[in-house]
Every structure is written in C-alpha cells, then in structure tokens.
Design a protein around this ligand. Structure first.
Ligand code: NAD
Length: 489
C-alpha cells in the first residue's frame, strides 16, 4: 500500500498545493505520495512562524519551559525511533542498521539543547561612564529557515531545531524533496510534544517554488542550510533579498592519512566505515585515502579483501551493510565520474559498476589514483561509495596532498606517533580532525567546515548563540537633568 504524507503548517496537517511520488531506491518503485509546498504554503508557514514569535504562548514561556518542551520531544523521538528509521530506510535506501541507531541518538541532541535553553545569558558591561549601567540580553533572532538535504534529515535538522528552539526562535523546516518521509513523520512528534502552533512548521517541495521562496522570504532572519556548494551559492544570492544571516554546512572531499606506524587493521576498518557506510552518501565521507608509500601494497590488499566481503542487500534487512544510492540520477553521476577517471589513468582495484536490478545500487569501488592525481574522482565530491587512493613519502607531502582541495570538512589521521599526531592536527585545514578514529559525532562537539565546506558551526554550546541577537541596554543612573544636548554622553 502507498503511504501518504502531509505538510505541517501553523499546527495543522495539510495536503499541499500538489503531490509527487517518492521512490524506494532499493526497488525503484513508488512507495509513498508526498505533499508539495509552493509559494502560498511557504508564505503561510513563514507567516505562522512570524506570528508565533511574539505570541505569548511561545514568547511568554520561560527558558526552562522551552527546555521542557524539547525534553518531551526527545522522549517522543526515542519512542518513535523504530518507525522513523523504517520510513527513512524506505525513502532513502539507507540501511536500517544505521537509521535505527542514528535516529535513537538524535534524541540526545534535543536533550542537550533542552538543557542549554536556560543557560543562555547576557552580561553586565563595566562601561567607562560612572552614571551609566549597561548590560546585554540574548534574544531570539527571529524566524529560521532550516533547509536540509535528503541524507540524515532527522540528524541534520536536530542540529538546527535544537539550538534555534532553545533560543526561542521559530522555524520553517524544509525537508528534501528527494526523501521527505522522516521529517514529515517527525512533524507528528512536534505536534504531540505540545509546541504552540506556528513554532515549528515542516514542509517540502522543489527549489524554485519552495526552497528559493523560503530562503529569500522577507520575514526570514536566518537561513540554516545543509546541502551542496552549488545550491549554497543560490542560497547566498537569495539572502541578498532579505539580508538574512546564512550558515552553511556543505560537502567535503575528506582525506584519511595512514602512516606506516598505524594500527593497520583499525585503519582498514575505519576507512571502510568512512567511505562505504551509508553507501558513501555522507558529507564527512573519507573519500581520499593517502597511504604511506612503504605500506601501500600491504594496506590495499587488506582493504580490498574487506571491501569485497561487504554484505550488499536490501536496506531493511538488519544483516545488510551496504544499500542502494538514494536516486538514479546520483548513480548516473557516479558512473560517469568513475568512467572519466579511469580514462584519465586511475586504476580500478575493485567495483566500478552499477549492480543489475531495479534498485539504484553501485558496487563499492576503489580507484588507485597514484598515477593520476588530478583524476576527477579525486577532485570532485561524488557523494557515493568511491574511494580514491594516493600515496605519500613524507609528512609534509601528506599534509600538502590532504590540503590540496577547496573543501575542508573532515579528515582522519592514523598513526601511533603522538607528536606527529599533534603536528597533523595543526597542519590540516579542516573543521574536524579524527585521530585514530573516524565518523564519531556528539551533540557536545562543534561540527562544520573550512573553505567551500561552509561556515558556521553546528553542535556544541556556541551553536545556540547563532540563533540569538545581542541587545544592549543603557540605563542612566543620575538624577541630574540632561543639560547640553550637543555633547555626546
Ligand atoms: P542539495 O544542495 O541539492 O539540496 C539541499 C536542499 O536544498 C534540498 O532541500 C533542496 O530542495 C534545497 N534547494 C535546492 N535548490 C535550492 C534553491 N535554489 N534555494 C533554496 N533551496 C534549494 O543537496 P543534496 O543533493 O540533497 O545533498 C547532498 C549534498 O549535501 C552533498 O554535497 C553533501 O556533502 C551535502 N551535505 C553536507 C552536510 C554537512 O553537514 N556539511 C551534511 C549532509 C550533506
């Protein structure tokens, strides 16, 4: 039976201006009908958020009461995690092993920001004027447009909604049109948690009539965007319309550097997780392996052997380790880049083909690019299960190759040498350096990129300040009359 989803605007569920089909990437078949928000729905959602901002049902809550609503939401997410995971798996093809553990952990993000809500403080400023008292307060910045890509939508929206709601903002969240099911289902939890109407609105739709209208809307104060760098350019252009603040979490071409002294088995497993977990559709995918020349053959032999044992299967099967890509378009792009890279001199070590059948599967692929360091697979983000390999002989060469990308989201370094590990953390230009591990996240730890991987940080304490505006209050404490109006105080 085909599932039917709804938009969530001003506390009501509704069908949208039109509808469109969502495909299950494992079967290539339609599994659900999605509601489409167009200009009218976007405008109503933003209006509702704007109204809710000053409505006392929300604006009149104490910070601790806002926190309490977030705690409630976290509990509901935990309870609903199996259902949400099933929807995410059907809509995106991401394996159930990952969706169920990731969604259960999403609750922790809301709990963390629930606890932060009543710790957002202003300060007292000891100004150089004896008859003045000056202090600052942190106020909600306004309506937030949160725009997310299709992968890990519950997680990527939690890092926006958690701090934004803790700060007292209201939100219009746009789910990706590629796989909106998990967020449209999540709307039911927002409703059940008891957030006043209009505080959180959840919509989906296409770029021109939904994403562009939302990000350029005059009542939007901050656009919190996660997606690709090309879309980000449109978002920045759109923000010229409303002069909204923009934070960007974009893609990556993250290096994993393995030194000869590393624990090789751990490094192999971490590399497999880095590029083949989530079928490589992860912003932090470790898609460039830089391996010390002296251990190249030994390491690649172990790596290829492990990759060829990856269990490919239906994403809803708990034994499956590797599922399909989210869309056919995505698979075609990967096929094309791999083909071009081989023509440019990259050598296929395993994979390199689409798996026959109705689903959008592409085999786990490793390309040795040591003879073709400018191959497309090494310079472009593929957002798929393709690892490019290159070598280095010295620490300086490793750093130079790691940094030879306009991206700078994540990186991994594998070595047992403590002093070298410290030098590497300083030398690598990326928002995250994982030492002897990869793909670990926590609500307490900031997350974000350098270069074209974006700016702004999500996660951690500071993220909440991004959703506040500082108001400075001046109080004159003297009872003497204000005398000369032409002298500045
Ligand atoms: P995308 O950029 O195509 O789409 C992201 C969102 O932007 C979608 O909701 C889409 O509808 C919307 N959008 C598209 N055009 C728009 C416009 N003109 N105005 C406003 N909104 C518009 O990304 P995708 O293909 O869904 O996801 C893959 C990309 O996301 C990859 O580059 C990946 O690295 C990146 N990503 C980054 C992070 C991170 O935290 N850094 C996390 C996950 C994914």
């Amino acid at each position: 039976m085909t599932s039917v989803f709804q938009l969530y605007i001003n506390g009501q569920f509704e069908a949208g201006a039109a509808s469109f089909n969502s495909i299950n990437p494992a079967t290539g078949q339609v599994w659900a009908v999605m509601p489409e928000a167009r200009t009218d729905e976007v405008n109503r959602a933003v209006d509702a958020a704007q109204q809710a901002l000053s409505n006392l049902e929300w604006a009149g809550l104490t910070a601790s009461q806002r926190g309490k609503l977030l705690y409630k939401l976290a509990d509901l997410i935990e309870q609903a995690a199996p259902r949400l995971a099933e929807f995410e798996t059907q809509d995106t093809g991401k394996i159930i092993r990952e969706t169920s553990s990731q969604i259960a952990y999403v609750a922790q993000y809301y709990r963390y920001y629930a606890g932060v809500a009543d710790k957002i403080q202003g300060s007292f400023i000891p100004v150089d004027k004896p008859d003045m008292q000056v202090w600052t307060v942190r106020e909600p910045v306004g309506v937030i447009a949160a725009i997310v890509p299709w992968n890990s939508q519950l997680f990527l929206s939690a890092v926006k909604l958690g701090p934004a709601l803790a700060a007292g903002c209201t939100v219009v969240l746009k789910a990706s049109e590629e796989a909106p099911a998990p967020l449209l289902e999540f709307a039911k939890l927002v409703h059940a948690a008891g957030f006043p109407a209009g505080v959180v609105n959840i919509i989906t739709g296409f770029a021109p009539e939904c994403g562009a209208v939302l990000s350029s809307h005059p009542q939007v104060a901050h656009v919190a965007f996660t997606g690709g760098p090309e879309t980000a350019k449109h978002i920045v252009k759109n923000s010229a319309e409303n002069l909204a603040k923009v934070s960007l979490e974009l893609g990556g071409k993250s290096p994993i550097i393995v030194f000869a002294d590393a624990d090789l088995q751990s490094a192999v497993n971490a590399q497999v997780a880095a590029i083949f977990a989530a079928t490589g559709q992860s912003c932090v995918a470790g898609s460039r392996l830089l391996i010390e020349e002296s251990i190249k053959d030994q390491f690649l032999e172990k790596l290829v052997e492990r990759v060829q044992r990856i269990r490919i299967g239906l994403p809803e099967d708990h034994a499956t380790e590797f599922g399909p890509l989210c869309t056919l378009r995505q698979r075609e792009k990967i096929e094309q880049i791999v083909q071009v890279s081989v023509q440019q001199g990259a050598k296929l070590l395993t994979g390199g083909y689409a798996i026959a059948g109705d689903g959008f599967y592409y085999a786990p692929t490793i390309l040795d690019c040591s003879a073709a360091p400018q191959a497309e697979c090494i310079t472009h983000e593929l957002f798929g299960p393709v690892l490019s390999v290159d070598t280095f002989s010295t620490e300086q060469e490793a750093v130079q190759k790691a940094n030879s990308t306009p991206y700078g989201l994540a990186s991994g370094v594998f070595t047992q040498n403590l002093t070298r590990a410290h030098r590497m953390t300083k030398a690598i230009r990326a928002g995250i350096v994982w030492l002897n591990t990869y793909r670990a996240v926590s609500p307490l730890a900031p997350f974000g990129g350098y270069g074209i991987s974006g700016h702004g940080r999500e996660g951690g304490l500071d993220a909440v300040l991004d959703y506040t505006a500082t108001k400075t209050v001046w109080l004159r404490t003297s009872d003497d009359p204000i005398d000369d109006p032409f002298v500045m105080r």
